[in-house]
Design a protein around this ligand. Structure first.
Ligand code: AKB
Length: 341
């Protein structure tokens, strides 16, 4: 009953629902933390759907010429609430995609900064979304689980006691978003992503070995892995991640039984990834030197259960391990050639 009232009030407040309406009058989307691992690709993907000028990329970092040419780019500091309000008003923003965050490994190196960016930043954007009735997407992660969670498989609802500040901040974001949904009817949407693999250089995560390996072997022919060869983690190519994000953002509210869903494409270990790459590069050399990131990986899910996303909004991954390797070899080669390295 209460859920129905909330759904009705959200329907009343939010301007865009069906695919038809979205095509007629596309949403104006603001992406925060736009120069992190997902932002640039996400802006490209959504601009393809909703039009170049309807997706605004933002960050506090000075962009390259290429990024500026791609579409609107503005300065946004998620710690500045008034600045955020001005941008939502000036650009008539409808949807907010909040990527700003320090990832797991880098967060452990600077906990106070992670608290500010990941927790205070979340307070600002969620209040903003409530005030202006925005649809808000916040990514969560396999890092929102910990050593007490079942690891194989990890269901959508289970024990969450993460041991990193990144994980703690993501559980906080999930709970706050669900609370604002129930209390205020905020259209909060959140996907728990596994390690996302893209050709952009790694950004301080624990799953980033699966990105760094491609950069290093294509430049030097060898890679020193900071995780043990048999460390199994859930993973997904960025193409699947962005499709999941976009399909979930468009999913009619009536179909959603949750605000927070697990999504994944596959699970593999470093030695399985090496085997898959060596089909194309038989001479690659890998050594293993586990560091503190091993403890983080050992507390995370090995296999992610995304059956609820499959059931409620038809989530289905498309990129398997062999395809991921082929895509990464091509995309990283192109990046290296473009940067003249
Ligand atoms: C990390 O390793 O910190 C991220 C994640 C799994 O959320 N890639």
């Amino acid at each position: 009953m209460f859920r129905n009232i909330c759904r009705a009030s959200i329907k009343f407040n939010v301007r865009f629902y069906s695919g038809e309406l979205l095509r007629k009058r596309p949403p104006k989307i603001l992406i925060t933390g736009g120069l992190g691992q997902l932002g640039v690709e996400c802006a490209k993907y959504l601009r393809g759907k909703y039009g170049q000028n309807n997706v605004i990329l933002s960050d506090i970092i000075k962009p390259t010429e290429e990024i500026v040419k791609d579409g609107p780019y503005i300065f946004v500091d998620i710690l500045d609430f008034k600045g955020l309000q001005k941008i939502v008003v000036d650009h008539r923003v409808d949807w907010l995609i909040h990527f700003s965050a320090l990832l797991s490994a880098i967060g452990e190196q600077n906990v106070p900064l992670a608290v500010r960016v990941n927790i205070e930043g979340m307070h600002n954007v969620i209040e903003l979304a409530k005030q202006y009735k925005l649809r808000i997407f916040v990514p969560s992660t396999i890092g929102a689980f910990g050593p007490d969670s079942p690891r194989n498989p990890t269901p959508n609802i289970t024990i969450q006691r993460p041991r990193t500040i990144y994980g703690v901040s993501k559980v906080h974001a999930e709970l706050l978003g669900e609370y604002y949904y129930h209390k205020f009817g905020l259209d909060f949407r959140c996907l728990r992503f596994p390690g996302v693999i893209s050709s952009d250089p790694p950004g301080g995560g624990t799953t980033d070995y699966a990105i760094a390996i491609f950069h290093d072997i294509l430049r030097r022919g060898n890679y020193e892995c900071y995780l043990k060869p048999d460390t199994r983690l859930p993973m997904m190519h960025v193409r699947d991640a962005l499709r999941a994000l976009s399909e979930y953002l468009e999913a009619p509210i009536e179909t959603l039984n949750r605000r927070v869903y697990n999504v994944t494409s596959m699970s593999f270990t470093p030695e399985e990834l090496v085997e898959a790459i060596s089909k194309y590069l038989p001479d690659l050399k890998i050594t293993y030197k586990p560091d503190s990131r091993q403890d983080i990986a050992d507390s995370w899910p090995q296999v992610f259960d995304d059956s609820e996303a499959r059931r409620d909004w038809n989530w289905k991954p498309e990129v398997d391990l062999d395809n991921l390797v082929k895509l990464m070899l091509k995309e990283v080669k192109e990046k290296i050639a473009a940067n003249g390295l």
